[in-house]
Design a protein around this ligand. Structure first.
Ligand SMILES: C[S@@+](CC[C@H](N)C(=O)[O-])C[C@H]1O[C@@H](n2cnc3c(N)ncnc32)[C@H](O)[C@@H]1O
Length: 355
């Protein structure tokens, strides 16, 4: 009884820590975002005025939703489904500040790339031979595309700046469906694959919560995999595969859970379908897919203008189609049946079961 009360007290403290951590992150990245906008304007970046056909939410609405996301994130800790503040700052404060500096140092170049509309600069920074054409682009005007070390180094800071510090909390929304799947299961017998693991942020959250689960991260970029390995160092081993998600080098029905976060909006339509088929192939029957990516048109009709504006501000060549793609149909065709769906701030979480 005393131990139970102590556990509940720890969960409450963890929840408050998580909430406080998110508020600090929000303040910090809002400040960075403000400064980055100014630095960009000083560098001569005249962003096109976004033309809205669809409605955009008010600042109050956005803030209300952000608070709801942070509450949902804190509830994960309260309910014992995630470890408090597992991800920030990844390599300590000094390392974080160095990355923020590196992001600012890139702003002038990024402004130039945006103004010139030249999104084929990647070959100047990284060897793109042997990767598919759609991958060999500088998404969101990053320098060198996904294969460049510098891009991997500043990615987390860029993404958190874009989402005002809410990216980690959106990713962690995978933890509840994972916990639901895990109920009554022995984690030592469960295998999870994170497709397009990037710098390993979600994998770290999962490893902290499930120290004995068999974890694999897959990404096409060795530079991002290297970051992920560093990010997970000191924790129990995670296997990494440098590979294309269109041809996952794992046997059929070998995984219990597949996760994928912020990938599909960067894939051409046919590639999305192929990757869905591959994720379904490696899942065991009854296995679970947890998919997180941007909201789509109509998910929150009052917010459609935001989705319309995003590809006008950033180089996201496949986002417009993603925003209207039939993900339900695409997953169903791949043999993945609906098992839950929700929105979380600017993202959606889709849960699917392998039939
Ligand atoms: C926007 S990032 C998302 C990374 C990470 N999941 C996250 O939560 O931040 C997209 C990632 O997808 C990877 N990627 C893109 N196309 C891929 C493909 N065909 N196969 C494997 N990885 C791919 C990129 O290298 C990059 O790490």
């Amino acid at each position: 009884m005393a131990m139970q009360m102590q556990g509940a007290e720890e969960d409450r403290v963890g929840m408050m820590r998580q909430l406080a951590g998110n508020m600090v992150r929000f303040g910090w990245y809002s400040g960075i975002s403000w400064l980055a906008d100014r630095a960009s304007a000083r560098a001569g970046d005249r962003r096109p005025k976004v033309v809205h056909k669809y409605p955009v939410p008010s600042r109050d609405e956005l803030m209300q939703d952000l608070r709801a996301l942070f509450r949902a994130d804190a509830a994960l800790v309260r309910d014992g489904l995630a470890v408090a503040d597992g991800a920030e700052p990844a390599g300590g404060l000094l390392d974080h500040l160095a990355r923020v500096r590196a992001m600012f140092a890139d702003i002038g170049d990024a402004a130039e790339r945006r103004q010139s509309g030249d999104t084929d600069t990647v070959k100047d920074y990284a060897d793109m031979s042997g990767v598919p054409d759609y991958f060999a682009q500088d998404f969101h005007f990053q320098k060198g595309g996904y294969l460049a070390d510098e891009s991997a180094r500043i990615y987390d800071v860029q993404v958190e700046t874009l989402f005002y510090g809410a990216a980690s909390a959106m990713r962690r929304m995978a933890m509840r469906p994972i916990a639901e799947f895990m109920a009554g299961r022995d984690q030592r017998r469960v295998k999870l694959l994170d497709v397009a693991c990037g710098t390993g942020r979600l994998l770290r959250e999962i490893r902290l919560q499930y120290p004995a689960m068999g974890l694999t991260g897959l990404d096409l970029s060795p530079a991002y995999i290297k970051e992920a390995q560093q990010h997970l160092s000191g924790l129990r081993r995670v296997a990494f595969l440098t590979a294309n998600a269109e041809a996952i080098p794992l046997p059929d029905a070998s995984q219990d859970i597949v996760t994928t976060v912020f990938l599909f909006h960067e894939l051409p339509p046919q590639v999305r379908r192929q990757v869905a088929r591959e994720m379904a192939r490696v899942l065991r029957p009854g296995g679970q897919l947890v998919f997180i990516d941007s909201l789509q048109m109509g998910d929150r009709p009052g917010w459609d203008g935001l989705l319309e504006g995003f590809p006008q501000r950033f180089h996201e060549p496949y986002y417009r189609h993603y925003a209207i793609d039939d993900l339900d149909g695409l997953f169903a065709e791949a043999g993945l049946a609906a098992s839950g769906e929700t929105t979380a701030f600017l993202s959606k979480v889709m849960v699917r079961r392998r039939v």
